[in-house]
Write a protein that binds this ligand. Structure first.
Ligand SMILES: Cc1ncc(COP(=O)(O)O)c(C=O)c1O
Length: 383
């Protein structure tokens, strides 16, 4: 007879979340909220000194000369394209497995997006396809530092130089990531960041920024984000209205000094997952020499993705799919002439990648639990 007292306790469902908003504010929240209250009641909302202070601090952090805060990462891309004069008749080259906004931004300024496939090994842009994708109409290459892993910037910059086109980095997922000692967002003529609440540097709502070393581009963005104004009611360009809100800027300024520590904690959590999941039929996004991945997302790759997702969700683990449909198969782009099978790596990734919860404060016990549940799914120990 089995002695019930000696039998191991059956596993219990526990929640492992993707976000912990209080932890995401770090220390000093009371002082911060008192300041925010002062801003709210004092009418300090639009392009205040809080905005310029954050812009200066983020520029210094990135190692670029100018940062301009805008309403979102999508707007950052749109305004970057507008400032470069990219529009109707121009082509921009990006990859088929990015987030929708990279490509929508190009379409919204009237440009034609051209896609290359994802790279089978790194899951980022397949730079070997760039030469064939560039035409006489190409104005920019748009690498995306996907999931927090730097794109292969040496190869992208070399291709841009070969073809005499600009590089616009989509750094929406890679705040603080480095390659060759430089931060992502400091390579291209201009780069775009998102501070969406899901991001490694997160506002309390939408927010974004454009980074550049070029003073003229920065001045152009100053005009474009403020309805083309140069001085009150004097409109010198057909601009847009897209400014980082002062409250968001103050929150971002509060969080920025913690970003490197938070990214280091994400990297440690990613290493913890890799160790615990070793030996299972899962693949991970590689970390290459000389780069620092900041694990905006921690992805595992498996051909049993959907079943693993359902299993983890049933066990309380907030796993999600990013992104289930590649760009060329999105209904919004149905009139672009792309077809199924055209970008096979992007399609495979869309069917096989699964994000495990990752946060700077993800505990070892949470990693143990997620790994145990995954081991159980593959029948490799655990219940
Ligand atoms: C790769 C990428 N590009 C652009 C964006 C757009 O940013 P936002 O949501 O702030 O408009 C995001 C994030 O959502 C993103 O992940």
């Amino acid at each position: 007879m089995v002695d019930l007292l000696d039998a191991p306790a059956p596993p219990r469902v526990r929640r492992v979340g993707r976000y912990n908003y209080p932890a995401d504010f770090g220390d000093g929240v009371d002082a911060l909220t008192a300041e925010l209250q002062g801003m709210l009641l004092g009418g300090r909302y639009v392009l205040t000194e809080e905005v310029s202070r954050f812009e200066a601090a983020f520029a210094e952090y990135l190692g670029v000369r100018h940062v301009r805060g805008v309403n979102s990462g999508t707007d950052a891309l749109i305004l970057a394209f507008m400032a470069l004069g990219i529009g109707r008749g121009d082509e921009v080259v990006t990859h088929a497995n990015t987030f929708y906004a990279t490509v929508a931004a190009a379409c919204l300024v009237g440009a034609t997006p051209v896609l290359v496939d994802a790279d089978e090994r790194s899951w980022g842009m397949d730079v070997t396809q760039l030469d064939a994708a560039v035409t006489a109409w190409t104005r920019a290459l748009v690498p995306v530092h996907l999931f927090g892993k730097p794109a292969p910037m040496e190869a992208v910059m070399a291709a841009a130089e070969r073809h005499g086109v600009q590089v616009v980095e989509d750094a929406a997922q890679s705040h603080g990531a480095r390659t060759g000692g430089r931060r992502t967002g400091s390579f291209g003529v201009v780069s775009a960041f998102s501070f969406h609440p899901s991001k490694n540097l997160a506002a309390a709502g939408d927010g974004g920024a454009i980074a550049t070393d070029d003073a003229e581009l920065a001045a152009s963005i100053d005009r474009l984000r403020a309805l083309g104004q140069q001085g009150q009611n004097h409109h010198v360009a057909v601009g847009y209205n897209s400014k980082l809100h002062a409250i968001q800027a103050r929150i971002l300024e509060h969080k920025l000094p913690s970003l490197d520590a938070w990214n280091a904690a994400r990297r440690a959590a990613a290493a913890g997952y890799r160790e615990r999941l070793a030996g299972l039929p899962l693949r991970f996004q590689p970390e290459d020499a000389g780069e620092e991945h900041v694990y905006h997302l921690f992805q595992v790759r498996t051909d049993r993705r959907d079943a693993l997702l359902a299993h983890l969700q049933a066990w309380g683990v907030d796993a999600v799919v990013r992104y289930p449909t590649p760009i060329h198969l999105q209904p919004a782009f149905a009139d672009r002439g792309w077809r199924e099978g055209q970008f096979p790596v992007a399609e495979a990734l869309a069917g096989e990648l699964l994000c495990l919860p990752i946060r700077p404060d993800l505990g070892a016990d949470e990693q143990d639990y997620v790994a145990e549940r995954i081991r159980a799914f593959f029948g490799a120990g655990g219940a």
